[in-house]
Write a protein that binds this ligand. Structure first.
Ligand code: MN
Length: 238
């Protein structure tokens, strides 16, 4: 498969997510194909930090790999296909188990915009796999139905928290989904610190959050360029 600019950016996105503490050995990022709306690209089953262009597989919206050639796929790839199917506006999806976010998946305390970088967090959905299925599971989105159920809960939001599991974040571009994934992690951490102080926490109002998100949406190149340069420097072979 040709290493297009989109594939090169997807490799960088994998590295950024690891460097910024959003993913560890687990978690994944996908991008919709710029050639076909019914295809997407994602790495084979491996740690995001180690992904190279040759590890990127192309998938249809059933999450069948077109060019697997024996390579394993992520078990939870149905998160990506069902969201791409349900949301024509979504061009990129990140699924992660970032540590700062997990408490908000199990607590009644909502994740909210605690500062302007988290403006998009004014609309956070919560997905409970037990409620959605009415049965006990291993918590993984391992088939079409579970992916569909998650996509339904996500609705038109930028993020769905998944109880006892993690989060799924979407964006209109790789740069947007990376921005949102990193700042979800940071906002969660900062919010817990604000809550730990014990006083009432003053969150951004809905209007402030909307205005802040609009302002940030013109700035995605800036953190991307920084994180990309760090990702390249960290992996340069001497
Ligand atoms: Mn997962």
């Amino acid at each position: 498969m040709a290493v297009t600019p989109l594939i090169a950016d997807l490799v960088v996105a994998n590295h950024i997510l690891y460097d910024q503490g959003v993913v560890d050995g687990f978690g994944h990022v996908s991008v919709r194909s710029d050639q076909r709306k019914d295809r997407y690209f994602m790495a084979r089953n491996m740690a995001p930090s180690l992904v190279q262009a040759e590890d990127i597989l192309e998938y249809d919206l059933e999450s069948n790999a077109i060019n697997a050639a024996g390579r394993r796929s992520y078990l939870e790839r149905f998160i990506h296909s069902e969201i791409f199917r349900a949301r024509p506006d979504v061009m990129a999806v990140v699924h992660n188990h970032s540590a700062a976010v997990i408490p908000f998946t199990v607590s009644a305390a909502p994740l909210r915009p605690v500062y302007h970088m988290g403006g998009f967090l004014r609309d956070v959905k919560k997905f409970d796999i037990r409620t959605a299925t009415g049965r006990m599971t291993d918590m993984l989105i391992r088939d079409h139905d579970l992916g569909f159920s998650l996509a339904k809960t996500l609705g038109d939001s930028p993020i769905a928290l998944m109880r006892g599991h993690g989060a799924t974040v979407v964006g209109a571009s790789l740069k947007e989904v990376i921005f949102r994934s990193v700042y979800t992690e940071v906002n969660a951490r900062v919010q817990m610190q604000a809550m730990a102080l014990g006083g009432a926490v003053e969150y951004l109002s809905t209007e402030e959050a909307e205005l802040a998100e609009k302002a940030n949406s013109g700035q995605y190149d800036r953190p991307w360029d920084l994180w990309k340069s760090q990702a390249i420097a960290a992996r340069r072979k001497n």
